[in-house]
Design a protein around this ligand. Sequence first.
Ligand code: C2E
Ligand code: MG
Ligand code: MG
Length: 932
Amino acid sequence: MRLNVAWQIIIGTVAIQVVMVAALLFSGITQVQQNQQEVLERTAEQQSRLLGSALTPGLAYADPAMLQDLLDLLGDDSNVLYAVVLDASERPMASVGVAPDTLPAAEAGVRSESGQVEIARQIELSGQSLGTVAVGYSTDAIDQLSTNLLERNVLLALGVLGLSILAAILFALMTTRRLRLLLQGGRALEAGQLDHRVRIDSRDEFGDLARTFNDMAAHLGTTQSTLLQQNLQLNRSVARLESMLGGANAILWEANPGNHEWEFVAGDTRKLLGFPSRNLGRGELRARHIHPDDLPRVRDAAREPGNEPKVVDYRFAHRNGQWIWLRDILSWAEGTGSPRSLRGLTLDVTAHRRATAALKESENRYQDVVNHISEVIFRTDAEGRWTLLNPAWESLTGFPVEETLGKPMCAFVDPEDQDDAQNFCDTLLEGGTHAQSEEIRLRTHDGSHRWVSIYASARFDEDGQIMATFGTMMDISDRKEAEEEIRRLAFFDGLTGLPNRTLLHDRLGQALANTARSRHHGAVLFIDLDNFKDINDTLGHAVGDDLLRQVARRMEDSVREADTLARLGGDEFVVILNDLHPDPARAATEAEAVGRKLINLLREPFELAGQNRHVTPSIGATLFSGHSLGVEEVLKQADLAMYRAKNAGRNTVRFYDPGLHRAVEARFELENELRHALDEDRFTIVYQPQVEADGRVIGAELLLRWPHPQRGAISPGEFIPIAEQTGLIVPIGRKVLRTACAQLAAWQHIAAFRELTLSVNISARQFRNKHFVQQLREILQETGAPGDRLKLELTESMLLEEIDTVVAHIDELRTLGVEFALDDFGTGYSSLAYLKQLPLAQLKIDQSFVRDVLDDPNDAAIAQMVVNLAHTLDLDVIAEGVETAEQRAFLFGLGCRHFQGFLYGYPGDLSDLERAVLGTSPAQQSAAQSPH
Ligand code: C2E
Ligand code: MG
Ligand code: MG
């Protein structure tokens, strides 16, 4: 039977109360009754004692009335049932009420019976018993009192009982109400209403319980919402994983590493493998579907645990009866507390495998093509270095592919095509164009070259930066040869291989255009072999052809690269000479020199048909400059000149212009005379003073003079170039140097002249001579001249070629103290770079600028520039050709401090110079001298 708490409290409380009240009542009443009995007995005792005292006189006097009175008094008390006084002999003396038959014994004290209390007392006087008094009291009053008390207590107990039941009910009601609220809370929680709160605000245990409950509910609420959230996410993740696995046609699984039984599978095994996962859960079931050839590999992979995931591809028999390729990616997971488990991701890689196989197949085909194609296929990186070449490369060039890779493309180009190849690469690699083609020569391993047609295109990344180039190269050497052959046939003479008439016309046209631009002269030499017809007729045409070939070879070797040797036909050859001197006479001389050279060249006998035969040419020459004449006219002039040569007795050169011819003749005459003059030591030397700003002579320049017996003095400007061309300048120059050194040595002993310097002009040809330094050293030693007093004047033209030799010579001579000046500065092509490189001491402002320095602003500017330059480079500067005081003042104003010129002295003999040095007013003195 179920009793709720309220009843339990009420029944419990009532039961306890009833027991408690009953006990209290019982003990209370019993106590009261006992107490009243005792009180009654004590009262009886006291009254009997008092009564005894009061009765003593009556007894002593045995006065019964007295005794009776006293007893009557006593008898007024309603509680007294009887009183009797007995004398010593126990006779009644007085009495009230009805005494019982047997009175209690005096010595027994109080006798209690139901309903009465009796007492007997002996009354003594002086130790002598007078009698006995016995009194009986009724207990009714006491009983009545007890009954009243009992009644009242029972009523009180009932009242208390009632109140306590009421209290129990109230308490039960209050407790159960709160318990009910808690119960409701519990039920609400049970029903999932986590927002339910128990409303008990009291500050007692119920309140605490309710608050704890509410806190718990709140906590549960947040926990539940977190859990819900997580659950949602988990569900989403699971759904996503499932959909990903489904999309990728893959499954994820975890298996027992012992028997490979799947313990967990995610993904659609039906879709992937054709079976539900439960049909394949056991390892051996799956193994039945794996291709027997692949099974060992799969087992191996799953057997060995490792830290790295393992990948194994294998064939699997799909339910649809086809083999599919699967890929397992296996890993071993360490479970916390549990043994390791095998985890796998299984993917369908059939399509991938097929694509790979197809790719491999296509790559093989591609490789096949690339390896066997005759064209070179290449790739380069963004810097133009080979990164891929097919074997055709080695067949083409002989360089192994492995040795070539990584090297720059241009490293394999024939030097002659380097520029084209560089342009090709630059254009492509700088992104100027996406595709380029070019025909170039590659050099091959054996040192020859092959023509290739190269086609390349560039690959760019997203930023437009070049990533690579790739292309092909085709061997077009055969085609080029054929083209060359065609060109040869079209432009070259079949017999000698020399340019034919067509090409000659072309080249001559170009030469005319060049001279128009450069102001230089060109020349045509028309060469005809003398008596060639005789050879042809006597020895046959084959020998004639042989002769023509031999003649062509000899002449070819002696013609400069810039010039053209052509065969017009028969025994006629033509030479075009370019870049001759702007001066016609000089140009004619140069042309004539070439003609003579050719004559000398052919002078040696030719071996023809086993015989030595002499052949002489007749050469006609003509100069051209600019477009005043056409090609044909120039050739015609040369042809005419050739006839003049024939008429003049053959084996000679003749010019179309008779005036020129005379000039050339005169020049040759001069050359001969120059040789004689040298042999006969007919050259003299004059000295022109060089002065300080204050006019003090500090040295002199040595200038050559050639007093000609017939023509008088010949200017060095005329004979020095001839001496240079013929090489005579070397011995002539040596003589001048020796004179200068001897003079310097002689001056060492004279205080006034000791400080003087001498400047000697040195020609290019002379200076470049490899013995020059040694010879000068010897001269200095032999004469004992101080090197530091000697100054060599070089011209700018000499710096144009072989600058290294020039610098080396200068450096070497400077160790001897010799100094260098740059003569005629400003007239040549001096590059400032040279100037920096050359350890010079002095610049000489050319007289051509000094001449018009006052009138021509350009000349003044140049003079100023030379002075500034000299100062910048820390060089001395001297102006030559100073004729007037105004020129001198102007130059002084520019910053020039050294001067040379007629103003200070004409070139004169040594004594003039020495006088000038010693003279107080050199300017006046030299002005007084007559011109030399
Ligand atoms: P250069 O070395 O520039 O010599 C200066 C030329 O200017 C000299 O001509 C000189 O006489 C002339 N001159 C000097 N002062 C004046 C002046 O105030 N007014 C004018 N109008 N001319 C003046 P020169 O003697 O006819 O020499 C011509 C060139 O021949 C020299 O030019 C030099 O290049 C060359 N030369 C002379 N002697 C030699 C030599 O021994 N060896 C070499 N290799 N060349 C020499
Ligand atoms: Mg000079
Ligand atoms: Mg000069």
